[in-house]
Design a protein around this ligand. Structure first.
Ligand SMILES: C[S@@+](CC[C@H](N)C(=O)[O-])C[C@H]1O[C@@H](n2cnc3c(N)ncnc32)[C@H](O)[C@@H]1O
Length: 389
């Protein structure tokens, strides 16, 4: 149940000289997106492709939790909510640099909210994004989520209280709650820089609506979408995921845009069943089979344009010993089914082994390697092209 929270009153705060400190770092119409850590530059490629009016303002990382892509957009922002490679989208409410390295920093946080936030504009953007309108007679609820990197002379919660208090002072009829709030305001402190955002997306953005069946080690949909982007999708693609698990990569490829044929399979019967359940009767033409990815007799040589595959890391699924043979035979089979110039986009946590096996087979040229952190686990996406044999 949503519980109302009181803001501690604390002591009186002395006024600070704020010249230059509470000056906004970003102009109006600045947005940021959360990504899985490492994928912020990939997300920018998607934003650039789909919203050419946007301008890149920077990348940030919050420890192992999130990558940040910050950009300006003086155009309709609603297409941002349809991005596939990002986890959440926010509009920037306030920002600043040179946060004082002492407890005056707390006063600066409050001043950023008081001096910079244009609440009517922020609420208008939020209403357009979410459709939310407070019903007459109901209270608008809000909460603040705080993320901090670097060392500071105050606790994260103290910063949060000061921001909550400043928001409450500006909106006396709003109610602060612990969860399930109508408005979610994020206070991000990156070393001496502050970015305050209002969340515009809801959880269907990152979790998607198609995932009915989940399997252990199932891929985060935004990572699957990033792999699809890295495959450089084309309308006539024959796209294969030979170890499809619950089908995330195949479905993200289907949603991304036109293709000629989707092919997928897995060695486990329950994975094939999960993919079939998630696919339903959509995303045609699609063929799903139970098979061994190291021997795809049903797929003719040179008939596949793109492969997207999340290999067993050898931790949750498979083992390091099994991977030795699996990776070698998998690469040989992908070299067979891909046409020359075709792309293999492959994700693994066992990246030393994959690099080693790639050197041995010599059928692929490495175009790019993208490091990504998945729930604390370091992994890499390899983007490879099939060389002429
Ligand atoms: C990391 S999971 C893939 C998860 C998938 N991308 C998803 O989002 O659900 C690896 C999958 O490879 C499958 N697998 C392992 N060895 C295989 C093989 N030789 N042939 C086909 N599938 C295999 C496993 O059953 C598992 O479903």
């Amino acid at each position: 149940m949503t519980r109302q929270r009181k803001i501690p009153t604390g002591k009186k705060h002395k006024r600070v000289s704020r010249a230059g400190v509470t000056k906004s770092l970003f102009s109006a119409n600045t947005y940021y997106a959360h990504t899985m850590p490492g994928l912020e530059k990939i997300a920018w490629r998607e934003v650039e492709q789909k919203l050419p009016a946007s301008t890149l303002l920077g990348f940030r990382t919050m420890r192992e939790q999130n990558g940040f892509l910050i950009f300006g957009l003086n155009d309709d922002f609603l297409p941002l909510l349809k991005l596939r490679t990002v986890e959440d989208v926010f509009v920037v409410l306030a920002s600043g640099e040179k946060l004082p390295p002492d407890r005056e920093g707390l006063d600066v946080l409050a001043a950023l909210i008081k001096d910079q936030v244009n609440w009517p504009r922020a609420l208008k953007i939020h209403r357009e994004a979410t459709g939310y309108r407070p019903k007459p007679g109901t209270w608008t609820t809000f909460r603040v989520i705080t993320r901090v990197s670097g060392r500071h002379p105050f606790h994260r919660k103290e910063g949060q209280y000061r921001v909550e208090k400043a928001i409450q002072a500006a909106n006396s009829r709003w109610v602060l709650v612990d969860d399930d709030s109508m408005l979610e305001i994020w206070l991000n402190i990156f070393e001496r820089e502050v970015v305050v955002g209002l969340r515009l997306s809801n959880q269907t953005m990152r979790h998607r609506a198609y995932k009915f069946e989940h399997l252990p080690a199932s891929l985060r949909p935004t990572v699957a979408a990033s792999m699809v982007l890295l495959s450089e999708p084309e309308d006539d693609d024959v796209f294969l995921d030979p170890m499809c698990g619950a089908g995330t990569i195949l479905i993200e490829r289907a949603i991304w845009g036109r293709y000629q044929q989707l092919l997928g399979g897995d060695i486990r019967r329950e994975a094939v069943a999960a993919t079939l359940a998630n696919v339903g009767n959509k995303y045609k033409p699609i063929k799903i089979r139970q098979w061994d990815a190291t021997n795809l007799a049903s797929i003719p040589s040179g008939s596949v344009d793109k492969v997207g595959c999340n290999l067993p890391f050898g931790q949750q699924i498979g083992s390091k010993t099994e991977n030795e043979k699996l990776y070698e035979q998998f690469l040989a089979e992908m070299a067979r089914v891909l046409r020359p110039g075709g792309r293999l986009v492959v994700l693994t946590g066992d990246f030393h082994l994959l690099s080693h096996k790639l050197r041995a087979i010599a059928a692929f040229r490495i175009l790019e390697i993208v490091p990504v952190t998945l729930l604390g686990v370091k992994a890499k996406i390899f983007v490879l092209v099939r060389q002429d044999s």
